[in-house]
Design a protein around this ligand. Structure first.
Ligand SMILES: Nc1nc2c(c(=O)[nH]1)N[C@H]1C(S)=C(S)[C@@H](COP(=O)(O)OP(=O)(O)OC[C@H]3O[C@@H](n4cnc5c(=O)[nH]c(N)nc54)[C@H](O)[C@@H]3O)O[C@H]1N2
Ligand SMILES: Nc1nc2c(c(=O)[nH]1)N[C@H]1C(S)=C(S)[C@@H](COP(=O)(O)OP(=O)(O)OC[C@H]3O[C@@H](n4cnc5c(=O)[nH]c(N)nc54)[C@H](O)[C@@H]3O)O[C@H]1N2
Ligand code: SF4
Ligand SMILES: [Mo]
Length: 745
């Protein structure tokens, strides 16, 4: 399609690096080819992109190699999951879906219909999905994989600061005196943002870098102070730092008095976190804790960065709020080099939040529970008052349990692979098998979730549709189509809009292209924290990536890169709120039978469920297989040596991995990567082991910790059930029960 280089955004992580993509053949140049010799698009960093300044990591650099492999090209249909798919026309697929929606509406009501989407949608896809589900159908049952990812950050920001939205920007990485990284392996998962920090840190010897993670990750290697805390003890640590700041008098009382509320209740909580108790619970030394607090107290500007080690927790929102508390007590917010900064996982999870893409949200950073917000949106969409349901819709995990109980009659999954990425995967799969009707809209085939679909819809992916994406620092980049979608694949928003029209809502979906969709969407952000009424596809094409807030008429030179620089917050009284939270610990702590804590996460080269990176030679060579990390001390106790196959069991399931014996993991904790689903390995699913217990506030599941036992396998085969051993015989529990350590008031 395009014969010129196209400036766009990397479709992987939330760093949001700018890419320049050139066609395989260009006049006067040799044709660019992949490892098999096939012509391939050429990708390089875009030097003009403000967020990445020309840098890319291995994922961005190799993206083109996945574009033509194993693509889903045509709609496919089958009457039941036991039958093979047959190719169908779009007409047939649309007719079937619309009929089923009407049937479910007449039997279960609109709330029997669910859509599960993704931070890999473009903003236009997200927006049209909200209009269809929450507006036209009147059900809030739209949730996204961001429920498993950013929802604790969203809830934390809203509760503490009055609105969602990271208040910081990447320039802060190069202006801070102290970077506090907690629950984030940014070196592997947000490599280009981390590179900016690492370079600056190397050059400026007085700048401090603290990393808090039960694994000594590549990120931790760069730290001045590494705190290898026990999984789930973040709130203890954060409150312990607060205790010391209080004791040393390092508070900003003017800021606390004039710009915040709730400090007395918070002060009452933190007095229960003296250093000896905290150090013991976290499994660190008192002097390490004191050093962390000292770095906080001595630095003019403290920037904290976090991701899944905080969010994916049964107290995720409380963790986020406890971190924000430290910023509030020291006034480390709304100024260069300071503030709480959630590193967003997916390329457009931020755009999804702007468009209201979670079961509790409405477009423009609005809330389902707020009657005024519902009215705003109903009016804007030209729908009768009361159409938007007042209750929060089903979240990702509610959809799974809804299939179990029969309240879900139709599940529509798009741009996510829940048969790998959901917790408790055997239970998830059993629920998916019971689904009366599942539509699965993806770019690739096969993926694990396709096995549970009645209808497959081929989606145009990155580079094949034009739309906007917002990265972690609120920079919006236009991602233009530069090639034709394969076969009959269509952009997600077009599919949703077509179904809407066929259901009788043609008036709500008059769009001829995605620029028109975006033009409507930005209007709904007027006067909100995420005001981007000044943006349009044309404007983004002209002036390049642009950060919000960007109200209409905003001169680009006067963009304020940070939120809350006037220390006024979007709460009713204009004050930020302290959250007073005691640590609760893990939902499933280890016990004599399941004495290890399993944590899960990512590797530098791979992306999630391998649909793209599993098909890229260079990356497969980099990370050929999954493994389990175990500390030498634990390995010794269980007679485990490097490379030995280990069966890992939790209360829910089992998986097998070769052992990687390493000091990089805390004793008592083991780690497996999340990437390998059923199609890519035999019994290598991390989520066979995990549980769905979630944070009561954000409803984000605790994918970062569950209790497991480890059984070294005989070389020739597998264990029989009877060989299960009483783990308590062979290994002491590394975690003392909480009550043994201290009593709570
Ligand atoms: N290479 C690569 N990069 C990616 C992705 C990918 O698939 N591959 N995915 C993107 C997405 S969607 C996301 S959400 C991000 C995730 O980015 P990260 O959150 O950085 O990645 P994870 O490996 O999931 O987890 C981060 C760390 O949390 C630690 N952790 C576990 N439990 C605890 C705890 O109780 N407390 C603390 N403090 N830490 C804990 C783990 O040891 C791990 O090192 O990455 C994005 N970038
Ligand atoms: N144990 C464990 N589990 C986890 C996590 C963990 O740390 N540990 N992390 C959780 C987190 S943070 C996340 S974000 C999830 C990620 O989990 P998933 O969302 O399930 O992972 P992906 O492999 O990114 O799936 C995206 C799918 O969208 C398809 N796709 C790509 N572009 C498009 C498009 O434009 N349109 C459509 N329709 N499809 C497209 C891809 O082919 C792929 O199948 O996993 C969660 N699960
Ligand atoms: S850091 Fe993230 S956005 Fe940048 S190139 Fe790598 S995967 Fe893409
Ligand atoms: Mo994520």
């Amino acid at each position: 399609m395009s014969t010129q280089p196209t400036k766009t955004l990397c479709p992987y992580c939330g760093v949001g690096c700018g890419l320049e993509v050139s066609p395989p053949a260009q006049p006067g140049k040799a044709t660019h080819r992949d490892s098999e010799g096939k012509p391939m698009w050429k990708v390089q960093g875009d030097r003009t992109h403000p967020s990445s300044q020309g840098m890319v990591c291995v994922k961005g650099a190799t993206i083109a190699e996945s574009l033509d492999k194993d693509r889903l090209k045509y709609p496919m249909i089958r009457a039941s999951l036991d039958e093979p798919f047959r190719r169908a026309t779009w007409e047939e697929a649309f007719t079937l879906i619309v009929d089923r929606i009407k049937t479910v509406q007449s039997t279960l009501g609109s709330d029997g219909i669910c859509m599960y989407g993704s931070g890999q949608f473009q903003t236009e896809d997200y927006y049209i999905a909200q209009k269809l589900m929450k507006g036209c159908l009147g059900t809030n049952n739209f949730d996204a994989n961001s429920r498993l990812c950013m929802s604790s950050a969203v809830a934390g920001y809203i509760q503490s600061l009055g609105s969602d939205g990271p208040p910081t920007c990447y320039d802060d990485l190069e202006q801070t005196d102290c970077a506090f990284l907690i629950g984030t392996n940014a070196a592997e998962c947000h490599p280009i943002a981390f590179n900016r920090l690492r370079k600056y840190h190397k050059k400026n010897k007085n700048v401090k870098l603290i990393v808090v993670d039960p694994r000594r990750t590549t990120t931790a290697e760069a730290a001045d102070l590494y705190l290898g805390i026990r999984p789930g003890t973040d709130i203890d640590l954060l409150n312990g730092i607060a205790y010391l700041l209080m004791e040393w008098g390092h508070l900003n009382s003017v800021f606390i008095d004039e710009c915040t509320s709730g400090f007395p209740q918070y002060a009452e909580v933190i007095r229960h976190y003296p250093p000896q108790i905290v150090a013991e619970r976290c499994g660190i030394r008192i002097d390490e804790l004191e050093t962390a607090a000292r770095y906080w107290s001595e630095s003019q500007r403290v920037l904290s960065l976090w991701s899944m080690g905080m969010n994916q927790s049964s107290e995720g929102t409380a963790k986020v709020r406890s971190l924000i508390n430290l910023h509030l007590m020291t006034a480390q917010i709304g100024k260069p080099g300071a503030g709480p900064f959630s590193l967003t996982g997916q390329p457009n999870a931020m755009g999804g939040r702007e468009a209201g893409g979670l079961a509790n949200l409405l477009p423009g950073y609005r809330l389902v529970k707020n009657p005024e917000h519902r009215r705003d949106i109903e009016q804007f969409w030209g729908l009768p008052e009361g159409r938007i349901a007042p209750e929060v819709g089903l979240t990702a995990w509610d959809m799974i349990t809804g299939l179990e109980t029969g309240i879900v009659g139709l599940l529509w999954v798009a741009a996510t692979n829940p048969a790998v990425s959901m917790p408790d995967i055997e239970r998830t799969k059993a629920a998916l098998r019971r689904s009366p009707f599942t539509v699965y809209q993806d770019a690739y085939y096969p993926t694990e979730t396709a096995a549970y679909a009645h209808v497959l819809l081929p989606a145009a992916q990155w580079g094949e549709k034009t739309g906007a994406m917002t990265n972690s620092e609120r920079v919006v980049t236009l991602c233009p189509a530069f090639r034709e979608p394969p076969g009959q694949a269509k952009p997600d928003w077009e599919i949703f809009a077509e179904v809407g029209c066929r259901l009788g809502f043609a008036e709500q979906f008059p769009f001829e292209n995605s620029a028109q969709v975006y033009a409507e969407f930005v209007q709904i952000t007027r006067d909100r924290v995420c005001d981007m009424t000044g943006l349009s596809h044309e404007r983004l094409a002209e002036q390049g990536p642009t950060q919000w807030p960007y109200p209409e008429g905003q001169p680009i030179a006067q963009i304020n890169k940070r939120l809350y620089t006037d220390w006024r917050f979007p709460t009713p009284d204009g004050r930020a709120r302290f959250g007073a939270h005691h640590a609760k610990g893990l939902a499933e702590p280890p016990d004599p039978n399941y004495p290890f804590v399993l944590t899960t996460g990512r590797l530098y080269g791979h992306w999630h469920t391998l649909t793209r990176t599993g098909r890229i030679d260079k990356i497969v060579k980099m990370h050929p297989n999954p493994f389990i990390e175990i500390h030498p001390r634990d390995a010794k106790k269980l007679d485990i040596v490097e490379g030995m196959r280990i069966e890992v069991r939790s209360r829910r399931g089992m998986a097998r991995f070769p052992a990687k014996v390493t000091q990089a993991i805390a004793p008592g904790t083991v780690f497996v990567p999340m990437h390998w689903g059923e199609l890519w390995g035999d019994k290598t699913e991390a989520n066979a082991l995990t549980h769905p217990e979630a944070c009561p506030s954000s409803l984000q599941p605790e994918l970062k910790a569950c209790a497991v036992q480890l059984i070294p396998l005989p070389e020739d085969g597998t264990l029989s059930e009877t060989e299960t051993i009483e783990q308590s015989d062979s290994i002491a529990i590394a975690f003392a029960p909480r009550s043994a350590i201290a009593t709570r008031s």
